[in-house]
Design a protein around this ligand. Structure first.
Ligand code: GLY
Length: 423
């Protein structure tokens, strides 16, 4: 089978790494990929959002199966275009990807089908949004309706922060058209976790749970990032909790999307708050989490390409996934300055030594090659991922590998997994 993975981050490196292990994979391409992905796939210089370019490439190369990593091309209709060209693709079509593409759609769906989520309202006019904040008071959450590269959710501790968030999104238009509308919702108390399931339009196969660390610095301090580390499984998601999540959230969501004539296919990643009243949906994502995907791929024992193909064909009834029972944990290494301004082009050394640590893989998130040198080419640059019998063991092994990487221009958190270890 000829496979094309779309994307260039750590998520896509780990997907390529897992897919390349499948005996069914005869040739693997990645568009556009990165220096790490180039070690397992042939990288082609086509941007992940270049829908027309990807469809042309896939057609010309007679690609059998396309796996789409990031949300933007899904929301833009890449899967629709591939299917029209007769190419099997993993991921939702544009009508279903609206689950991540519009926060307002997602909240209305939950309300209509009784899927547990925080109380909310939607506004396309800033004064009305501020009036709602006056009446409800902080803490409160302001969300840009559309895609905002993970930056569109603003947690507001007091009313002034909430008014400023409305100005930022709707008047300063920090996220462009994504801020034409906002959702304002209750601030939920509890422990955050992520849950992933493969969905084939009608049925779901649960994957595993994970927790990530979004804040830039130790102790979960500092500005929010795309994620500075993660581990799977999440101890808060017990077997009983998994059943509750499947019964009250995943299955009703699949049924709701089918009833709305938007059958959902692909991975469904639900951001949850585990509250005193049970799990509540914070958000849906229509793709794997990044960095959560990397430890997830380290734990999967089954042929993951087979599972993705079955999912895309609507045949998840044929899939029974096997997992390593242990824990996998990722530490993200980022360029100094991230998530603010940072410089590209610094050299990273010691990657071979880090990769040589038992049960560790260094996934590349933003790198480029210059001859034999590996250079940083983004904010989040590497994801050092290790397995162990416990979170503490996985953490120790992962930091042992991190310490072999020589990159003065980069930093990482030193406490990934602390919440699970302190439980
Ligand atoms: N790690 C958060 C995300 O992928 O959205």
């Amino acid at each position: 089978m000829k496979v094309l993975v779309v994307g260039s981050g750590g998520r896509e490196h780990s997907l390529c790494w897992a897919i390349a292990k499948s005996p069914k994979c005869k040739k693997l391409f990645c568009a556009p990929g990165n220096a790490g992905i180039a070690q397992v796939a042939e990288c082609v210089d086509i941007g992940a959002e270049d829908v027309a370019g990807i469809v042309t490439f896939a057609t010309e190369k007679k690609i059998d199966f396309v796996v789409v990593g990031p949300e933007a091309p899904l929301v833009a209709g890449l899967v629709d275009r591939l299917e029209k060209a007769g190419i099997l693709a993993f991921g939702p079509n544009a009508r279903a990807a609206v689950l991540e593409g519009s926060k307002g759609f997602m909240k209305d769906l939950c309300a209509k089908y009784d899927i547990p989520t925080g109380a909310y309202d939607r506004f396309d006019e800033p004064d009305a949004a501020k009036d709602y904040i006056h009446r409800h008071g902080a803490p409160i959450v302001v969300k840009a309706d559309g895609l905002a590269a993970g930056k569109g959710v603003i947690l507001c501790r007091n009313d002034n922060e909430a008014f400023a968030a409305i100005d930022h999104v709707m008047i300063e238009r920090a996220f462009g058209d994504a801020g034409d509308e906002v959702v304002i919702e209750d601030f939920l108390e509890g422990e955050e976790a992520s849950f992933f399931a493969l969905v084939d339009g009608k049925r779901a196969v649960p994957l595993v749970s994970a927790q990530d660390h979004k804040a830039a610095y130790d102790g979960d301090e500092g500005p929010n990032t795309g994620g500075m580390g993660a581990y799977t499984p999440a101890p808060v998601i017990t077997k009983a909790m998994t059943k509750t999540i499947m019964d009250t959230i995943i299955t009703p969501t699949i049924e709701a999307m089918a009833a709305e004539d938007r059958p959902y296919k692909g991975v469904l990643y639900v951001g949850l708050m585990i509250t005193d009243k049970g799990p509540q949906v914070l958000e849906y994502n229509v793709r794997f989490g990044d960095p959560e995907c990397q430890p997830l791929m380290m734990r999967i024992k089954s042929d993951f390409l087979e599972a993705l193909v079955a999912c895309a064909k609507g045949q998840l009834n044929k899939v029974k996934l096997k997992w390593h029972d242990d824990v996998a944990l990722i530490v993200v290494m980022a360029t100094n300055g991230y998530p603010g301004f940072y410089k590209k082009g610094s050299e990273i050394k010691g990657l071979d030594k880090a990769n040589a640590v038992d049960d560790v893989v260094v996934f590349h998130a933003g790198t480029t090659a210059d001859g034999n040198k590996i250079l940083a080419d983004g904010g989040r640059v590497l994801g050092v991922t290790g397995r162990g019998a416990t979170v503490a063991e996985a953490q120790k092994r992962t930091y042992k590998a991190v310490d072999k990487i020589k990159w003065p221009e980069g930093f990482c958190r030193r406490d990934i997994g602390w919440r699970a270890i302190n439980r």
